[in-house]
Ligand binder design. Structure first.
Ligand SMILES: Cc1ncc(COP(=O)(O)O)c(C=O)c1O
Length: 472
């Protein structure tokens, strides 16, 4: 990798800089550059600062994932599942790309509508909704929603009688790490009764949906669900409904997407020969790989005595854990993979190496823990890193976009395509509304975003949810 100079000035001041110097960098290199730049910025403000972790969002990765989708699922329109990650910058790029949105709550609908998205692009994909949420959806014009039980039909009849309904049927991939079938989805021996009740109530059923579970690995679970959906379609048609939408839900994974896509497409083609619209609700496939989380090591326990002799790994304590952005360690049993941020600028602020005190470059085994006093707050049980890690060092974790909680530092690594995408609204309003210092005082955890104008100029500036809200 060529020596890089971090655009720290541009990031901290929001100055426009030329992108030419960065064009040859890979997405990973650009992300690393943004990490270094933000760390330099944090440490400049306060050497002992950086007590909060931060994210970097690679907006170019959204484009790459979207491109993957359109290549392999060209006839299936994605309705991104907002619950997975509701960062407004991320949603804004998807809105510009023309996706639909699967929202599960009032807050999610608000987040999407605030971007100026037409309510017709939103599916309220929660089959068990609070009456107030149904009333809200009606008020803002989100008419498409799902149901899977009789009481829900009554709620909908009362609060949104003109709803366009999708019957959510049971589906389950045994290998999925979140089995949504445990909570939602009508069994096939109940669908006829549900559809009859909808007919009696004069409601409008327009389609069938399912979700095989998050982290599905078995394409036959999709095939089975598509077959079941066909049966439900037939039941509905016998009652007099004219169904036109098949919603195949989410559950798509990065490492088997290409292998599963043709099997899913074929199953749809054979069960639904023509004339229906197929949509999907991908969440993690779009969001996960966009985000890198960077945490700071705040404390360390080098093993002594018998623990050292029996080879218990040294322990690192970092500023984020399972009660923060590592919830998926518990929720989804995800194995986290840390990388030490090795850039010289990012290391050694607290420990200026003395002569003979160079960081060792031999393997080190660590367990990694969150900042709380709870002993379940363990992020990584054991990992071997190729350098010693000290207090003040930074660890980065890739693929952290599924279920993040905090603010984002964003950078685009697809400059040419992003030229055609408008600068996200919060950023454009921020740029003209007040000087950067003002924003710095509003948001503690900031996010920076880069974009590229038609002249090939790359801008970097800070943006944060707090900012967007305070300017709204
Ligand atoms: C109704 C619904 N749609 C879509 C998704 C997104 O699923 P995934 O992230 O597995 O694609 C979820 C999962 O949380 C969901 O509950």
């Amino acid at each position: 990798m060529a020596p890089l100079s971090a655009p720290s000035e541009a990031v901290t001041t929001g100055k426009i800089i030329h992108a030419t110097g960065y064009r040859n960098l890979s997405p990973d290199e650009l992300v690393d550059l943004a990490i270094e730049s933000h760390i330099v910025h944090i440490v400049k403000r306060s050497v002992v600062g950086g007590d909060e972790s931060f994210f970097i969002a690679d907006l170019g990765q959204i484009l790459r994932q979207h491109r993957r989708w359109t290549q392999h699922m060209s006839s299936i329109r994605p309705y991104y599942a907002v619950k997975c990650n509701c960062d407004p910058t991320f949603l804004n790029v998807l809105a510009e790309l023309g996706t639909g949105f699967d929202c599960a709550s009032i807050e999610e609908m608000r987040a999407v509508l605030s971007l100026g998205v037409d309510p017709a692009r939103i599916l309220f994909a929660n089959p068990c909704k609070a009456p107030a949420a149904v009333a809200f959806a009606r008020e803002v014009g989100v008419l498409r929603t799902t149901f899977d039980n009789i009481d829900e039909l009554d709620t909908i009849k009362t609060h949104m009688p003109e709803a366009q309904l999708l019957l959510r049927i049971y589906a389950n991939d045994e290998g999925a790490f979140i089995c949504l079938g445990d909570k939602f989805g009508a069994q096939l021996d109940t669908t006829e009764e549900l559809l009859s009740r909808a007919w009696e109530l004069g409601l409008n059923v327009i389609g069938v949906s399912f979700h095989v579970g998050t982290g599905a690995t078995n394409p036959s679970s999709f095939c089975k669900a598509i077959k079941d959906a066909r049966l439900a379609f037939s039941q509905a048609e016998r009652l007099g409904f004219h169904l036109k939408i098949l919603d195949i839900g989410g559950g798509f994974q990065d490492d088997c997407f290409e292998a599963m896509a043709p099997i899913i497409r074929d199953a749809i083609r054979s069960e639904f020969p023509a004339g229906i619209t197929t949509i999907a609700e991908p969440g993690r496939l779009f969001a996960r790989s966009v985000y890198t989380l960077v945490c700071r090591v705040i404390s360390r326990r080098r093993q002594l005595g018998s623990a050292a002799r029996s080879g218990v790994p040294d322990m690192l304590y970092q500023n984020d854990g399972i009660y923060g952005n590592f919830m998926n360690v518990i929720m989804e049993k995800e194995t986290m993979v840390p990388y030490l941020v090795k850039s010289k600028k990012a290391r050694g602020f607290l420990h200026k190496p003395k002569q003979g005190d160079a960081l060792q470059v031999t393997n080190h085994r660590y367990s990694i823990w969150g900042p709380t006093c709870d002993s379940t707050d363990c992020v990584v049980r054991e990992v071997t890193l190729d350098s010693e890690v000290k207090i003040g060092d930074w660890l980065k974790y890739k693929n952290m976009g599924g279920g993040f909680r905090h603010f984002i530092l964003g950078i685009s690594t697809e400059l040419t395509e992003l030229q055609h995408i408008q600068v996200p609204r919060p950023l454009s309003s921020m740029a003209s509304a007040a000087p950067m210092t003002h924003f710095m005082s509003i948001v503690k955890r900031c996010l920076a975003i880069s974009w590229c104008s038609a002249e090939g100029i790359c801008g970097l500036g800070f943006i944060g949810m707090g900012v967007a809200q305070s300017l709204a």
